[in-house]
Write a protein that binds this ligand. Structure first.
Ligand SMILES: Cc1ncc(COP(=O)(O)O)c(C=O)c1O
Length: 406
């Protein structure tokens, strides 16, 4: 065709560097006939067995499917699954009823639908940096780049924004925007890529800030089930109605392959719009929904979660000890979380160069530049994310290889 057929978005939206690097790593490893075993600290997957209740849920569905033809599930998700999620969310102090929960194809679709249903031109989205990649990219569907504000965080504050910083940003932004536009705060807690958690007191203060300044909050809590006692920001006074909560099965049940997420949203207008949009785009497969449903209400959840937590605490300890030994700045990984965020500045390389050299040593780590915009937050160039999905042996071996770069 003579005409350019891609939309303008093609110059705006970048693919997930995490996925790109992981695919490149696989290619490098495949093409090299010899060398030490490849070790991936790449994708954020717990890589543990999924709950037996989920397997049984899927099996039961398949058995029935062999006996009778199947229909589309309802747009917003199957009632038993929405009930199960309503029950699950009570663990975090949340009180969302089944009709306030919409089932999506993974956490990503939950984020996209929420953004499509709430963001207007001229609204501002504040995202603490570093940040998981999808938020800023998906927000570009509705907002101009200048309305997506990445807020750099620091090692001293364990990579969570301070109240003063948020307050100053909100006030500054308010002064520049039209009165009928809104400010949305994107929180990820527990956090990808740093593994950190917001202190409870800070969440309480942010809640007050949100009330004082009429902020809408997107709270991505997809990792909440991995840590021991999580309390959502939406539990604070007045926050339920101004928070949209995202979740899913990928992390807490290690069901990354199943592609099931949800959004909890008490605002009926936003909910109905998301439901309408979802109806035009996708159906969440029944087999996935029927696997997820018993997992969310599994009576053995505590034992399952505790077992995984103990394992991730041990792995985080190995990385932490390594970082301390080499005097590398690093995040405090919340117990049970699956990421460490480590400074590689001491190597004299920036994070991209460091990770390139790591691939030569057959180790994949993700450079900080993959978690935001290094022009807005140059510190990203100093850090790498290590996913704790590698087992202890691989973790130790991979770290020993990385030592060669210091
Ligand atoms: C913070 C965060 N939210 C959402 C997701 C998306 O999860 P899903 O695989 O269910 O789309 C991820 C995946 O890595 C994530 O890190």
């Amino acid at each position: 065709m003579a005409k350019e057929i891609t939309s303008d978005l093609s110059s705006e939206i970048r693919a997930s560097p995490i996925r790109q690097l992981s695919a490149e790593f696989e290619k490098v490893v495949k093409n090299a006939s010899s060398g030490p075993r490849p070790i991936s600290f790449g994708l954020g997957e717990p890589y543990v067995m999924i709950p037996e209740s989920a397997i049984k849920g899927a099996q039961d569905f398949l058995q029935n499917a062999s006996k009778a033809p199947q229909k589309y599930p309802s747009n917003n998700g199957m009632p038993n699954l929405r009930e199960a999620i309503s029950t699950y969310l009570k663990r975090f102090g949340l009180n969302f009823q089944a009709p306030e929960i919409l089932i999506t194809n993974g956490g990503r679709e939950a984020i996209m639908l929420s953004m499509l249903a709430t963001l207007n031109e001229g609204d501002k989205l504040i995202i603490p940096s570093p940040s998981w990649v999808a938020y800023a990219e998906l927000a570009k569907l509705r907002l101009g780049k200048k309305d997506i504000l990445l807020l750099p965080t620091t090692l001293e504050n364990n990579f969570v924004p301070t109240l003063a910083q948020l307050e100053a940003t909100v006030k500054k932004v308010k002064g520049t925007m039209a009165k009928d536009r809104k400010i949305v705060l994107q929180l990820t807690d527990p956090h990808n890529p740093t593994g950190a958690m917001f202190p409870q007191e800070l969440k309480k203060e942010i809640a007050k800030l949100a009330l004082d300044h009429d902020l809408l909050v997107f709270s991505d809590e997809i990792y909440a089930g991995l840590v021991e006692q999580y309390k959502s920001i939406a539990t604070y006074d007045g926050m339920r109605d101004r928070t949209i909560v995202f979740g899913g099965v990928a992390k807490v049940f290690s069901m990354t392959a199943w592609g099931l997420g949800f959004v909890a949203c008490p605002n009926p207008n936003v909910y109905n719009l998301m439901n309408a949009l979802k109806g035009h785009v996708s159906v969440t497969p029944t087999v996935t929904q029927q696997a997820a449903s018993p997992a969310f209400t599994d009576p053995n959840f505590s034992t399952y979660a505790e077992k995984n937590r103990r394992m991730f605490i041990k792995r985080a300890g190995i990385v932490n000890e390594w970082a301390v030994r080499h005097k590398l700045g690093h995040s405090k990984t919340a117990p049970g979380m699956i990421y460490s965020w480590i400074s590689v500045a001491k190597s004299g390389l920036n994070a991209d160069e460091f990770c390139k050299k790591a691939v030569e040593l057959r180790v994949l780590a993700i450079p900080g530049s993959g978690f935001g915009d290094a022009a807005a937050d140059p510190e990203l160039n100093k850090y790498i994310r290590i996913s704790l999905s590698a087992n202890e042996e691989d973790l130790k071996e991979g770290l020993a290889r990385l030592e060669k770069l210091f």
